[in-house]
Write a protein that binds this ligand. Structure first.
Ligand code: FAD
Length: 454
Protein backbone atom coordinates (compact mmCIF):
# COMPACT_ATOMS: atom_id res chain seq x y z
CA UNK A 1 0.00 0.00 0.00
CA UNK A 2 1.26 3.46 -0.85
CA UNK A 3 2.02 6.03 1.80
CA UNK A 4 -1.15 7.77 2.91
CA UNK A 5 -0.84 11.38 4.02
CA UNK A 6 -2.71 12.68 6.99
CA UNK A 7 -4.63 15.02 4.79
CA UNK A 8 -5.75 12.14 2.59
CA UNK A 9 -6.85 10.23 5.64
CA UNK A 10 -9.27 12.95 6.68
CA UNK A 11 -10.43 13.35 3.12
CA UNK A 12 -11.08 9.66 2.76
CA UNK A 13 -12.75 9.01 6.08
CA UNK A 14 -14.59 11.64 8.06
CA UNK A 15 -14.79 14.14 5.25
CA UNK A 16 -15.66 11.57 2.65
CA UNK A 17 -18.50 10.54 4.88
CA UNK A 18 -19.77 13.97 5.77
CA UNK A 19 -18.19 16.87 3.88
CA UNK A 20 -18.40 17.89 0.24
CA UNK A 21 -20.29 19.79 -2.43
CA UNK A 22 -23.97 20.35 -1.95
CA UNK A 23 -27.13 20.26 -4.02
CA UNK A 24 -30.80 20.51 -3.20
CA UNK A 25 -33.28 18.11 -4.73
CA UNK A 26 -36.41 19.64 -3.27
CA UNK A 27 -37.68 22.66 -5.12
CA UNK A 28 -40.88 24.58 -5.20
CA UNK A 29 -42.78 24.66 -8.45
CA UNK A 30 -45.55 26.69 -10.00
CA UNK A 31 -48.71 27.11 -7.99
CA UNK A 32 -50.68 24.05 -7.06
CA UNK A 33 -48.86 21.63 -9.36
CA UNK A 34 -49.13 18.08 -8.13
CA UNK A 35 -45.46 17.20 -8.60
CA UNK A 36 -43.93 14.49 -6.43
CA UNK A 37 -42.03 15.65 -3.37
CA UNK A 38 -38.95 14.13 -1.78
CA UNK A 39 -36.74 15.15 1.13
CA UNK A 40 -32.97 15.72 0.93
CA UNK A 41 -32.03 12.12 1.65
CA UNK A 42 -34.69 10.65 -0.63
CA UNK A 43 -35.97 8.64 2.32
CA UNK A 44 -39.32 10.49 2.45
CA UNK A 45 -41.51 10.97 -0.59
CA UNK A 46 -45.11 11.84 -1.38
CA UNK A 47 -47.44 12.72 -4.22
CA UNK A 48 -49.39 15.75 -2.94
CA UNK A 49 -52.69 16.86 -4.46
CA UNK A 50 -51.31 20.40 -4.75
CA UNK A 51 -48.16 22.40 -4.09
CA UNK A 52 -48.80 26.08 -3.41
CA UNK A 53 -45.90 28.46 -3.81
CA UNK A 54 -47.22 31.44 -1.88
CA UNK A 55 -46.00 35.01 -2.34
CA UNK A 56 -48.01 36.68 0.46
CA UNK A 57 -49.94 36.05 3.64
CA UNK A 58 -53.19 36.92 1.83
CA UNK A 59 -52.48 34.20 -0.71
CA UNK A 60 -51.78 31.78 2.11
CA UNK A 61 -55.09 32.60 3.80
CA UNK A 62 -56.91 32.10 0.49
CA UNK A 63 -55.30 28.69 0.07
CA UNK A 64 -56.12 27.63 3.62
CA UNK A 65 -59.74 28.62 3.05
CA UNK A 66 -60.17 27.37 -0.52
CA UNK A 67 -58.63 23.93 -0.10
CA UNK A 68 -59.85 21.01 1.96
CA UNK A 69 -58.05 18.04 3.45
CA UNK A 70 -54.54 17.87 4.89
CA UNK A 71 -52.10 20.71 4.36
CA UNK A 72 -48.40 20.76 5.31
CA UNK A 73 -45.99 23.73 5.29
CA UNK A 74 -42.60 22.78 3.88
CA UNK A 75 -39.17 24.32 4.26
CA UNK A 76 -36.18 23.07 2.30
CA UNK A 77 -36.98 19.38 2.89
CA UNK A 78 -33.95 18.68 5.07
CA UNK A 79 -35.78 16.69 7.72
CA UNK A 80 -35.20 12.95 7.74
CA UNK A 81 -38.43 12.11 9.58
CA UNK A 82 -41.84 11.94 7.83
CA UNK A 83 -42.98 15.42 8.89
CA UNK A 84 -44.03 16.44 5.38
CA UNK A 85 -45.49 13.51 3.39
CA UNK A 86 -49.15 13.98 2.60
CA UNK A 87 -51.54 13.31 -0.25
CA UNK A 88 -53.10 16.68 0.60
CA UNK A 89 -51.57 20.09 -0.04
CA UNK A 90 -48.06 21.47 0.44
CA UNK A 91 -47.43 25.15 1.19
CA UNK A 92 -44.07 26.41 -0.04
CA UNK A 93 -42.84 29.59 1.67
CA UNK A 94 -39.64 30.18 -0.30
CA UNK A 95 -40.91 33.51 -1.56
CA UNK A 96 -41.43 34.82 1.98
CA UNK A 97 -37.75 35.48 2.46
CA UNK A 98 -35.15 38.11 3.27
CA UNK A 99 -34.79 40.72 6.01
CA UNK A 100 -38.12 42.49 6.47
CA UNK A 101 -36.90 44.96 9.09
CA UNK A 102 -34.20 45.30 11.70
CA UNK A 103 -33.15 47.29 14.73
CA UNK A 104 -29.47 48.04 15.20
CA UNK A 105 -29.93 49.08 18.83
CA UNK A 106 -31.49 45.77 19.95
CA UNK A 107 -29.65 43.70 17.31
CA UNK A 108 -32.90 42.05 16.26
CA UNK A 109 -34.05 41.36 12.70
CA UNK A 110 -37.41 40.21 11.32
CA UNK A 111 -36.99 37.60 8.60
CA UNK A 112 -39.27 36.06 6.03
CA UNK A 113 -39.94 32.53 7.32
CA UNK A 114 -38.71 30.94 4.08
CA UNK A 115 -35.26 32.59 4.27
CA UNK A 116 -32.45 30.04 3.93
CA UNK A 117 -29.98 30.23 6.80
CA UNK A 118 -27.12 30.37 4.29
CA UNK A 119 -28.61 33.42 2.55
CA UNK A 120 -29.12 35.17 5.87
CA UNK A 121 -25.40 35.13 6.74
CA UNK A 122 -24.29 37.75 4.18
CA UNK A 123 -27.60 39.64 4.37
CA UNK A 124 -27.30 40.06 8.15
CA UNK A 125 -23.58 40.90 7.92
CA UNK A 126 -24.51 43.73 5.54
CA UNK A 127 -26.58 45.30 8.35
CA UNK A 128 -23.87 44.60 10.93
CA UNK A 129 -25.59 41.58 12.53
CA UNK A 130 -24.69 37.92 12.91
CA UNK A 131 -26.63 34.93 14.23
CA UNK A 132 -25.30 33.52 17.48
CA UNK A 133 -25.03 30.01 16.16
CA UNK A 134 -25.83 27.82 13.17
CA UNK A 135 -26.42 24.11 12.63
CA UNK A 136 -24.07 21.79 10.79
CA UNK A 137 -25.44 22.92 7.41
CA UNK A 138 -27.17 26.16 6.42
CA UNK A 139 -29.56 25.13 3.64
CA UNK A 140 -32.62 25.00 5.91
CA UNK A 141 -35.29 27.68 6.06
CA UNK A 142 -35.51 29.65 9.27
CA UNK A 143 -39.11 28.42 9.81
CA UNK A 144 -38.24 24.79 9.09
CA UNK A 145 -35.12 24.82 11.25
CA UNK A 146 -36.81 26.42 14.26
CA UNK A 147 -39.91 24.20 13.89
CA UNK A 148 -37.84 21.08 14.65
CA UNK A 149 -35.56 22.59 17.32
CA UNK A 150 -32.52 22.62 15.03
CA UNK A 151 -29.36 23.44 16.99
CA UNK A 152 -25.63 23.88 16.58
CA UNK A 153 -22.99 23.18 19.17
CA UNK A 154 -21.92 25.20 22.22
CA UNK A 155 -22.71 24.87 25.91
CA UNK A 156 -23.79 28.52 26.09
CA UNK A 157 -25.93 28.45 22.95
CA UNK A 158 -29.60 27.67 22.64
CA UNK A 159 -31.17 26.10 19.58
CA UNK A 160 -32.11 28.54 16.80
CA UNK A 161 -35.66 28.72 18.19
CA UNK A 162 -34.25 29.95 21.50
CA UNK A 163 -33.32 33.22 19.74
CA UNK A 164 -36.83 33.88 18.41
CA UNK A 165 -38.27 37.03 19.99
CA UNK A 166 -41.50 37.10 17.93
CA UNK A 167 -43.17 35.19 15.13
CA UNK A 168 -46.29 35.39 13.00
CA UNK A 169 -48.44 32.28 12.73
CA UNK A 170 -51.32 31.84 10.30
CA UNK A 171 -53.61 29.17 11.73
CA UNK A 172 -55.44 26.63 9.54
CA UNK A 173 -58.61 28.74 10.06
CA UNK A 174 -56.79 31.71 8.53
CA UNK A 175 -56.31 33.72 11.74
CA UNK A 176 -53.08 35.73 11.88
CA UNK A 177 -51.39 35.60 15.29
CA UNK A 178 -48.42 37.79 16.19
CA UNK A 179 -46.78 35.94 19.07
CA UNK A 180 -44.06 37.11 21.43
CA UNK A 181 -42.92 36.61 25.02
CA UNK A 182 -46.03 38.44 26.30
CA UNK A 183 -48.07 35.47 25.04
CA UNK A 184 -46.49 33.18 27.64
CA UNK A 185 -47.32 29.53 26.96
CA UNK A 186 -48.25 30.14 23.33
CA UNK A 187 -44.79 31.64 22.72
CA UNK A 188 -43.05 28.63 24.26
CA UNK A 189 -45.22 26.24 22.27
CA UNK A 190 -44.86 28.10 18.97
CA UNK A 191 -41.09 28.49 18.84
CA UNK A 192 -40.51 24.73 18.29
CA UNK A 193 -43.81 23.85 16.65
CA UNK A 194 -43.01 20.82 14.41
CA UNK A 195 -45.17 22.49 11.75
CA UNK A 196 -48.26 21.45 13.69
CA UNK A 197 -49.70 24.79 14.84
CA UNK A 198 -50.06 26.76 11.62
CA UNK A 199 -47.90 28.32 8.93
CA UNK A 200 -45.20 30.67 10.21
CA UNK A 201 -44.70 33.58 7.82
CA UNK A 202 -42.14 35.73 9.64
CA UNK A 203 -39.73 35.35 12.52
CA UNK A 204 -37.89 37.96 14.57
CA UNK A 205 -34.49 36.79 15.81
CA UNK A 206 -32.19 38.11 18.50
CA UNK A 207 -28.80 38.48 16.84
CA UNK A 208 -25.52 40.12 17.85
CA UNK A 209 -22.95 42.29 16.07
CA UNK A 210 -21.27 40.64 13.08
CA UNK A 211 -18.11 38.75 14.08
CA UNK A 212 -15.26 36.54 12.96
CA UNK A 213 -14.39 33.08 14.19
CA UNK A 214 -11.39 30.78 14.20
CA UNK A 215 -12.04 27.09 13.63
CA UNK A 216 -9.60 24.32 14.51
CA UNK A 217 -9.93 20.65 13.60
CA UNK A 218 -7.71 17.82 14.73
CA UNK A 219 -7.89 14.23 15.93
CA UNK A 220 -7.38 13.05 19.51
CA UNK A 221 -8.12 9.96 21.61
CA UNK A 222 -11.85 9.86 22.29
CA UNK A 223 -11.40 8.89 25.94
CA UNK A 224 -9.05 11.83 26.61
CA UNK A 225 -11.57 14.25 25.13
CA UNK A 226 -14.61 12.72 26.82
CA UNK A 227 -12.85 12.86 30.19
CA UNK A 228 -12.25 16.58 29.71
CA UNK A 229 -15.34 17.42 27.68
CA UNK A 230 -17.01 19.78 30.18
CA UNK A 231 -13.85 21.88 30.54
CA UNK A 232 -13.23 21.93 26.79
CA UNK A 233 -16.84 22.89 26.12
CA UNK A 234 -16.57 25.66 28.71
CA UNK A 235 -13.27 26.95 27.31
CA UNK A 236 -14.33 27.18 23.69
CA UNK A 237 -17.22 29.14 22.19
CA UNK A 238 -18.14 26.00 20.24
CA UNK A 239 -16.76 22.54 20.80
CA UNK A 240 -17.75 19.16 19.41
CA UNK A 241 -16.38 15.79 18.44
CA UNK A 242 -17.02 13.22 15.73
CA UNK A 243 -16.12 9.94 17.47
CA UNK A 244 -14.79 7.59 14.79
CA UNK A 245 -16.24 4.09 14.74
CA UNK A 246 -13.79 1.17 15.06
CA UNK A 247 -11.27 3.63 16.44
CA UNK A 248 -10.07 5.02 19.75
CA UNK A 249 -9.98 8.49 18.14
CA UNK A 250 -12.33 11.36 17.40
CA UNK A 251 -12.17 14.24 15.05
CA UNK A 252 -12.29 17.30 17.30
CA UNK A 253 -13.57 20.74 16.39
CA UNK A 254 -13.30 23.98 18.33
CA UNK A 255 -14.48 27.42 17.25
CA UNK A 256 -13.68 30.69 19.01
CA UNK A 257 -14.03 34.38 18.29
CA UNK A 258 -11.04 35.86 16.54
CA UNK A 259 -9.60 39.14 15.28
CA UNK A 260 -7.03 37.40 13.10
CA UNK A 261 -7.02 38.00 9.36
CA UNK A 262 -9.27 35.76 7.27
CA UNK A 263 -7.39 32.72 5.97
CA UNK A 264 -6.87 29.01 6.18
CA UNK A 265 -3.85 26.93 7.17
CA UNK A 266 -3.06 23.27 7.47
CA UNK A 267 -0.39 22.64 10.06
CA UNK A 268 1.74 19.97 8.40
CA UNK A 269 2.58 16.78 10.19
CA UNK A 270 4.77 13.81 9.33
CA UNK A 271 3.55 11.42 6.69
CA UNK A 272 2.30 8.16 8.11
CA UNK A 273 3.45 5.02 6.38
CA UNK A 274 0.96 2.24 6.09
CA UNK A 275 3.20 -0.13 4.24
CA UNK A 276 3.16 -2.53 7.14
CA UNK A 277 -0.60 -2.60 7.41
CA UNK A 278 -2.35 -4.97 5.10
CA UNK A 279 -5.27 -3.50 3.14
CA UNK A 280 -8.67 -3.96 4.69
CA UNK A 281 -11.19 -6.09 2.85
CA UNK A 282 -14.91 -5.51 3.21
CA UNK A 283 -15.04 -8.35 5.69
CA UNK A 284 -12.20 -7.07 7.88
CA UNK A 285 -12.74 -7.92 11.51
CA UNK A 286 -13.39 -5.21 14.14
CA UNK A 287 -9.84 -5.60 15.58
CA UNK A 288 -8.36 -5.16 12.07
CA UNK A 289 -10.44 -2.06 11.48
CA UNK A 290 -9.47 -0.69 14.86
CA UNK A 291 -5.74 -1.12 14.18
CA UNK A 292 -6.02 0.52 10.79
CA UNK A 293 -8.16 3.44 11.89
CA UNK A 294 -6.05 4.12 14.96
CA UNK A 295 -2.87 4.21 12.90
CA UNK A 296 -4.45 6.69 10.52
CA UNK A 297 -6.20 8.86 13.06
CA UNK A 298 -3.15 9.14 15.30
CA UNK A 299 -1.33 10.98 12.55
CA UNK A 300 -3.68 13.50 11.07
CA UNK A 301 -2.83 17.15 10.66
CA UNK A 302 -4.41 20.12 12.37
CA UNK A 303 -6.36 22.50 10.18
CA UNK A 304 -7.26 26.07 11.09
CA UNK A 305 -9.43 28.69 9.43
CA UNK A 306 -10.43 32.24 10.27
CA UNK A 307 -13.49 33.71 8.60
CA UNK A 308 -16.82 35.47 9.06
CA UNK A 309 -18.97 33.58 11.57
CA UNK A 310 -21.57 32.31 9.11
CA UNK A 311 -18.88 30.88 6.84
CA UNK A 312 -17.38 28.72 9.58
CA UNK A 313 -20.33 27.60 11.71
CA UNK A 314 -21.91 25.45 8.99
CA UNK A 315 -20.47 22.93 6.57
CA UNK A 316 -21.26 21.53 3.18
CA UNK A 317 -22.47 17.93 3.20
CA UNK A 318 -22.30 16.09 -0.08
CA UNK A 319 -22.98 12.45 0.60
CA UNK A 320 -26.66 11.93 1.27
CA UNK A 321 -27.51 10.09 4.45
CA UNK A 322 -30.25 9.45 6.97
CA UNK A 323 -29.76 10.39 10.58
CA UNK A 324 -31.04 9.65 14.07
CA UNK A 325 -30.25 12.12 16.84
CA UNK A 326 -31.24 12.12 20.49
CA UNK A 327 -30.34 14.48 23.32
CA UNK A 328 -29.44 13.11 26.74
CA UNK A 329 -28.55 15.04 29.91
CA UNK A 330 -24.94 16.19 29.46
CA UNK A 331 -24.00 14.35 32.67
CA UNK A 332 -24.56 10.98 30.94
CA UNK A 333 -23.55 11.96 27.41
CA UNK A 334 -20.07 10.42 27.51
CA UNK A 335 -21.42 7.14 28.88
CA UNK A 336 -24.01 6.99 26.12
CA UNK A 337 -21.37 7.62 23.41
CA UNK A 338 -19.15 4.88 24.85
CA UNK A 339 -22.02 2.39 24.82
CA UNK A 340 -22.88 3.18 21.20
CA UNK A 341 -19.26 2.82 20.05
CA UNK A 342 -18.91 -0.45 21.96
CA UNK A 343 -22.16 -1.81 20.51
CA UNK A 344 -21.04 -1.02 16.95
CA UNK A 345 -17.74 -2.79 17.63
CA UNK A 346 -19.17 -5.79 19.51
CA UNK A 347 -21.92 -6.39 16.96
CA UNK A 348 -19.58 -5.65 14.02
CA UNK A 349 -22.14 -3.22 12.55
CA UNK A 350 -21.04 -2.22 9.07
CA UNK A 351 -20.98 1.58 9.26
CA UNK A 352 -18.44 4.18 8.16
CA UNK A 353 -19.92 7.41 9.52
CA UNK A 354 -18.56 8.79 12.77
CA UNK A 355 -20.98 9.76 15.56
CA UNK A 356 -21.50 13.46 16.27
CA UNK A 357 -21.42 14.68 19.87
CA UNK A 358 -22.37 18.26 20.87
CA UNK A 359 -23.68 20.25 23.82
CA UNK A 360 -26.72 22.56 23.80
CA UNK A 361 -27.68 25.06 26.51
CA UNK A 362 -30.93 24.62 28.46
CA UNK A 363 -33.86 26.58 27.02
CA UNK A 364 -37.56 27.35 27.33
CA UNK A 365 -39.35 26.23 24.12
CA UNK A 366 -41.42 23.26 25.27
CA UNK A 367 -40.47 20.86 22.49
CA UNK A 368 -36.77 21.74 22.44
CA UNK A 369 -34.46 18.76 22.93
CA UNK A 370 -32.74 20.92 25.56
CA UNK A 371 -35.93 22.05 27.34
CA UNK A 372 -35.44 22.52 31.08
CA UNK A 373 -32.66 23.61 33.41
CA UNK A 374 -29.74 21.39 32.49
CA UNK A 375 -27.46 21.32 29.44
CA UNK A 376 -28.02 18.45 27.04
CA UNK A 377 -25.61 16.46 24.92
CA UNK A 378 -26.86 15.56 21.46
CA UNK A 379 -25.62 12.39 19.79
CA UNK A 380 -26.15 11.53 16.13
CA UNK A 381 -25.75 8.37 14.11
CA UNK A 382 -25.85 8.24 10.31
CA UNK A 383 -26.41 5.78 7.49
CA UNK A 384 -25.81 6.43 3.79
CA UNK A 385 -29.02 7.24 1.92
CA UNK A 386 -28.64 4.19 -0.34
CA UNK A 387 -28.64 1.77 2.60
CA UNK A 388 -31.57 0.70 4.78
CA UNK A 389 -31.00 2.60 8.02
CA UNK A 390 -33.46 0.57 10.08
CA UNK A 391 -31.35 -2.41 11.20
CA UNK A 392 -28.60 -0.09 12.52
CA UNK A 393 -30.91 2.53 14.02
CA UNK A 394 -33.08 -0.19 15.62
CA UNK A 395 -30.04 -1.48 17.52
CA UNK A 396 -28.86 1.94 18.69
CA UNK A 397 -32.18 3.66 19.50
CA UNK A 398 -32.81 1.70 22.75
CA UNK A 399 -29.41 2.89 24.00
CA UNK A 400 -30.64 6.48 23.71
CA UNK A 401 -33.82 5.53 25.63
CA UNK A 402 -31.73 4.01 28.41
CA UNK A 403 -30.14 7.44 29.02
CA UNK A 404 -33.44 9.34 28.95
CA UNK A 405 -32.93 10.47 25.34
CA UNK A 406 -35.28 12.90 23.63
CA UNK A 407 -35.51 12.55 19.83
CA UNK A 408 -34.84 15.36 17.34
CA UNK A 409 -38.15 16.08 15.56
CA UNK A 410 -36.50 16.32 12.15
CA UNK A 411 -34.57 13.06 12.43
CA UNK A 412 -35.51 9.39 12.45
CA UNK A 413 -37.06 8.00 15.64
CA UNK A 414 -39.78 5.53 16.48
CA UNK A 415 -41.43 7.16 19.49
CA UNK A 416 -45.11 7.98 19.81
CA UNK A 417 -47.25 10.24 21.96
CA UNK A 418 -47.08 8.02 25.10
CA UNK A 419 -43.26 7.98 25.32
CA UNK A 420 -42.86 11.58 24.16
CA UNK A 421 -45.13 12.90 26.87
CA UNK A 422 -42.79 11.36 29.45
CA UNK A 423 -39.67 12.85 27.89
CA UNK A 424 -40.97 16.35 27.20
CA UNK A 425 -42.58 17.71 30.41
CA UNK A 426 -44.84 20.16 28.53
CA UNK A 427 -45.79 17.75 25.74
CA UNK A 428 -49.45 17.45 26.78
CA UNK A 429 -49.71 21.24 27.07
CA UNK A 430 -48.40 21.46 23.52
CA UNK A 431 -51.05 18.92 22.43
CA UNK A 432 -53.76 21.11 23.96
CA UNK A 433 -52.55 24.24 22.19
CA UNK A 434 -52.29 22.29 18.93
CA UNK A 435 -55.87 21.09 19.35
CA UNK A 436 -57.12 24.63 20.04
CA UNK A 437 -55.38 26.09 16.95
CA UNK A 438 -56.17 23.22 14.57
CA UNK A 439 -59.25 21.43 15.96
CA UNK A 440 -59.91 19.69 12.64
CA UNK A 441 -56.35 18.40 12.39
CA UNK A 442 -55.75 19.80 8.91
CA UNK A 443 -52.02 20.04 9.60
CA UNK A 444 -51.73 16.44 10.74
CA UNK A 445 -50.26 13.81 8.45
CA UNK A 446 -49.93 10.18 9.57
CA UNK A 447 -46.66 10.84 11.44
CA UNK A 448 -47.97 13.90 13.29
CA UNK A 449 -51.12 12.01 14.28
CA UNK A 450 -48.87 9.35 15.78
CA UNK A 451 -47.05 12.09 17.74
CA UNK A 452 -49.92 14.29 18.85
CA UNK A 453 -53.20 12.41 18.90
CA UNK A 454 -53.92 10.64 22.15
C1 FAD B 1 -27.24 17.39 6.01
C2 FAD B 1 -28.10 17.79 7.19
C3 FAD B 1 -27.49 18.35 8.31
C4 FAD B 1 -28.27 18.71 9.42
N1 FAD B 1 -27.66 19.28 10.50
C5 FAD B 1 -28.39 19.58 11.59
C6 FAD B 1 -27.78 20.15 12.74
O1 FAD B 1 -26.58 20.43 12.76
N2 FAD B 1 -28.54 20.38 13.83
C7 FAD B 1 -29.86 20.09 13.85
O2 FAD B 1 -30.49 20.29 14.89
N3 FAD B 1 -30.49 19.60 12.76
C8 FAD B 1 -29.78 19.35 11.64
N4 FAD B 1 -30.40 18.85 10.52
C9 FAD B 1 -31.86 18.70 10.54
C10 FAD B 1 -32.56 19.93 9.95
O3 FAD B 1 -31.97 21.12 10.45
C11 FAD B 1 -34.02 19.94 10.36
O4 FAD B 1 -34.64 18.77 9.99
C12 FAD B 1 -34.77 21.17 9.80
O5 FAD B 1 -36.07 21.17 10.32
C13 FAD B 1 -34.85 21.21 8.29
O6 FAD B 1 -35.32 22.47 7.89
P1 FAD B 1 -36.09 22.63 6.51
O7 FAD B 1 -36.18 24.09 6.17
O8 FAD B 1 -35.54 21.74 5.51
O9 FAD B 1 -37.56 22.18 6.96
P2 FAD B 1 -38.41 20.91 6.45
O10 FAD B 1 -37.62 19.70 6.69
O11 FAD B 1 -38.93 21.17 5.10
O12 FAD B 1 -39.60 20.99 7.52
C14 FAD B 1 -39.35 20.74 8.86
C15 FAD B 1 -40.59 21.06 9.68
O13 FAD B 1 -40.81 22.46 9.65
C16 FAD B 1 -42.15 22.71 9.31
N5 FAD B 1 -42.21 23.98 8.60
C17 FAD B 1 -41.49 24.37 7.54
N6 FAD B 1 -41.85 25.60 7.17
C18 FAD B 1 -42.80 26.00 8.05
C19 FAD B 1 -43.59 27.18 8.21
N7 FAD B 1 -43.45 28.21 7.39
N8 FAD B 1 -44.47 27.23 9.22
C20 FAD B 1 -44.63 26.20 10.07
N9 FAD B 1 -43.92 25.05 9.96
C21 FAD B 1 -43.02 24.97 8.96
C22 FAD B 1 -42.55 21.54 8.42
O14 FAD B 1 -43.94 21.37 8.36
C23 FAD B 1 -41.85 20.40 9.15
O15 FAD B 1 -42.65 19.95 10.21
C24 FAD B 1 -29.68 18.51 9.39
C25 FAD B 1 -30.28 17.96 8.25
C26 FAD B 1 -29.50 17.61 7.15
C27 FAD B 1 -30.15 17.03 5.92
Amino acid sequence: MKNLSRRKFLASSVRAALFGAYAINNTSTANAQATPWSNWSGGQTCQPAGRHDIASEDQLIDILKSTSGPIRPIGSGHSFSPLIPTDGHLVVIDQLSGILDYDSSTMQATLGAGSRLGDLGPALAAIGQGMFNLPDIDRQTVAGATATGTHGTGITFKSLAGYITALRLVTPRGEVLDIDVSDGDLFDAARVNVGALGVVTRIRLQNREAYKLKKREWTAPTEDILADFDALAANHRHFEIFPLVYSDYSMVLSIDESDEPIGQTIIPAEEVTLADLRPLGVDASPPEKLAMNNALAANTEVSEAVDLSYKLLSNVRNNRFNEMEYSVPATVGAECVREILKTIYDQAIEVAFPLEYRYVSPEAPWLSMAYGDEPHATISIHRTAREDYRPYFDIIEPIFWKYGGRPHWGKIHSLGQRELSQLYPRFRDFMEIRESLDPNGRLLNAHLKHLFIA
